[in-house]
Design a protein around this ligand. Structure first.
Ligand SMILES: O=C(O)CC1=CCC(=O)O1
Length: 242
């Protein structure tokens, strides 16, 4: 059986967020509290999300993870290495910088609701030109966030506050393509840090802000297709590509 392409998006995003990309057939994952799904009954953890994915996907997957999705992809590869053939990790990180601040932000979200968070998120996630270039995609994200539960958003931020895979990244012996959004100002330097630690990684920079898959769907599709060709052709393991 060949590997299935598995798409893990950023927080608040549903399966429709990939519709502007040009990809081979893929499984678009929907996290608890996202899309039509209820919140995780026993609380959302990074390990729990990864384990649920592992329990559902076929033998092997090529994982594409953006932002929160890139975090989940790391837990999947660490906890269930046999299930991951390769990864594309975009605009993501190996560790949250300030867990205490994230936990207090999460508590504040639960009381304030989604309203105050939508415009700032659009500002971080897209380049200014996005409303002209990809108006439907920006509108989709805005509409999704307006309907989204602040508790579900807070669940993700609280779970991410515990995130730190730095000491374990050297165990991931799969080919990884890392993607930097050239205009991504969230966690600057985080992709370089992943590149330094992941033994079989290569790195691309493409125009785009934090949610590079929605901000630059054409450019990100091209990277994924290049990645799949690289892996299908036996991505040279043990060799660090720059
Ligand atoms: O919203 C951000 O700036 C960072 C982020 C947290 C989870 C996610 O997917 O992006």
């Amino acid at each position: 059986m060949t590997a299935e392409l598995l798409l893990l998006p950023g927080v608040t995003q549903d399966a429709l967020v990939w519709q502007w990309m040009d990809l081979p057939p893929a499984r678009a994952w929907v996290y608890p509290g996202h899309g039509d799904r209820g919140r995780a009954q026993d609380g959302l953890t990074l390990e729990g999300v990864a384990d649920e994915i592992w329990s559902v996907v076929p033998t092997q997957v090529d994982v594409v993870g953006v932002a929160f999705g890139g975090v989940i992809a790391q837990y999947l590869a660490l906890r269930h290495p046999e299930s991951v053939r390769s990864m594309v990790l975009a605009c993501t990180t190996a560790a949250s910088e300030d867990g205490q601040r994230m936990r207090s932000n999460a508590e504040e979200m639960r009381t304030r609701g989604m309203g105050p968070y939508i415009e700032p998120a659009i500002g971080r996630w897209f380049r200014r030109s996005a409303r002209e270039r990809v108006p439907d995609a920006v509108a989709h994200i805005e509409n999704t966030m307006q309907e989204f539960s602040a508790d579900a958003y807070a669940d993700v931020i609280a779970a991410m506050s515990e995130h730190d895979t730095r000491s374990r990244l050297s165990r991931i012996d799969r080919p990884v393509t890392l993607v930097k959004g050239e205009q991504d100002r969230v966690g600057e330097g985080a992709i370089d840090a992943l590149h330094a630690e992941l033994p079989h990684s290569r790195m691309f920079s493409i125009p785009g802000a934090h949610m590079v898959h929605v901000d630059n769907p054409g450019g990100f599709s091209a990277v994924i297709r290049d990645h799949l060709a690289w892996v299908d052709n036996g991505a040279p393991l043990g060799k660090k590509l720059g």
